[in-house]
Write a protein that binds this ligand. Structure first.
Ligand SMILES: *Cc1c(COP(=O)(O)O)cnc(C)c1O
Length: 379
């Protein structure tokens, strides 16, 4: 066809159908999809075609959502723009103005801010209670309570939630249960299989795994996921195709990464016990037969100067997040738990001597050496 220069310049792709099949899913970095005619367009609304517009659906974001759903044993999954937006979509699939949520008090700081600062503006109230005491949880349930929300392994004190008890409580009171499974990952724990209705992940962490993507995934019951998907479409909290593609790339190696992460973390937790300058080592137990996770928290004792400790870590970087390939440390009261009221923090043990370690996949001897040296220098 004979087009003018400026028309030629914008006519891509030159060939819409090719006979090449790429081994890896291509990135559908496109805002929208093409229809041959009006019947073809109509077929999307009849549910016969999958893609119209990327905010609504895209092959890469579906890959990530369904990939995690598969690993969790859930029928549906949905990838979103961040862990927090996945939490929001999940929550809004259950509650509306006038409803009430009972959440654990030792929540990830970002979730706490969402629940405390934003949800009340939508007319949704949240009570924060001690989930180690299921009587307290039960007492907090009101006539308008719709949702029980907690984390399978909490942050930064690594408390392991009793999910079986939670499922029972939810069933007794006809409440939806939702769990943040970010720290455990689907490799260690699959809460949906235990009866939890909605499971959420910050894919920014172990699913992405390389500290280069911000994404979230929500998996769970089909009816709730359909509502959550409508929220994502209407709120515009969809994930971009490229980020979804990176998330899928991470997911492929999650098992092998987690094996090493978990092995190194167990080794480090053991090595830091009875070290002069360390008062307490937090490392969970009985998370799963595959191990207990890759996060270790330590409380330095009163003789140890926490600033000197952080300065003396050498190659171990200080970052406010977790779950990269490399070992990193964070300071919960300075970052992730800044927004939690001080009285709650003190009660929980999140104090100024507490350090959270995200154990990487390096050689375990090097990791232990870095921490032992830093503690020694801090005394
Ligand atoms: C990081 C994190 C989140 C929030 O995820 P984003 O991807 O940063 O939005 C939620 N829960 C837990 C446990 C996290 O560690």
């Amino acid at each position: 066809m004979d087009f003018h220069f400026d028309t030629k310049a914008v006519r891509f792709p030159r060939k819409t159908k090719t006979d090449t099949v790429s081994k890896v899913q291509p990135i559908y970095q496109t805002s929208s999809f093409v229809f041959e005619d009006l019947d073809d367009l109509e077929s999307f609304y009849e549910g016969k075609k999958d893609y119209l517009y990327t905010r609504v659906s895209n092959p890469n974001t579906e890959d990530l959502g369904m990939g995690v759903a598969d690993l969790e044993g859930a029928p549906k999954g949905l990838a979103t723009s961040s862990g927090l937006s996945a939490i929001l979509a999940g929550v809004l699939s259950v509650v509306k103005a006038g409803d009430h949520i009972v959440a654990c008090e030792d929540l990830y700081g970002g979730t706490y801010s969402l629940f405390k600062e934003e949800l009340p503006d939508f007319g949704i109230e949240v009570s924060f209670v001690d989930f180690t005491n299921k009587d307290e949880v039960e007492k907090a349930i009101c006539s308008n309570t719709k949702l029980l929300y907690t984390e399978s392994v909490t942050n930064p004190l690594l408390r392991v939630e009793d999910l079986t008890a939670l499922v029972e409580l939810g069933q007794n009171h006809e409440l939806v249960t939702m769990v943040d499974n970010t720290f455990a990952t689907p490799f260690l724990l699959q809460p949906y299989k235990l009866g939890i209705d909605l499971v959420v992940h910050s894919a920014t962490k172990y699913i992405g795994g390389h500290s280069d993507v911000t994404a979230g995934v929500l998996v769970g019951r089909e009816n709730l996921l359909a509502k959550a998907k409508a929220k994502v479409i209407n709120l515009g909290t969809n994930l971009s195709p490229f980020e979804a593609w990176l998330g899928c790339r991470g997911l492929k190696t999650m098992s092998v990464r987690m094996e090493r992460h978990v092995k190194n973390a167990a080794f480090l937790a053991e090595a830091l016990k009875n070290v002069e300058g360390i008062k307490k080592v937090y490392y969970p137990e009985y998370v799963s037969e595959r191990g207990n996770g890759a996060m270790v928290s330590i409380e330095l004792d009163e003789h140890s100067n926490v600033k000197t400790f952080f300065k003396s870590l050498g190659w171990v970087k200080i970052i406010p997040t977790l779950a990269g390939l490399d070992t990193t440390v964070s300071y919960p009261i300075g970052t992730s738990h800044r927004t939690i009221p001080e009285t709650t923090r003190e009660k929980l043990g999140i104090n100024k001597q507490l350090v959270r370690i995200s154990v990487g996949i390096e050689n375990e001897v090097d990791i232990v050496k870095a921490f032992k040296e830093a503690v020694e220098k801090s005394l």
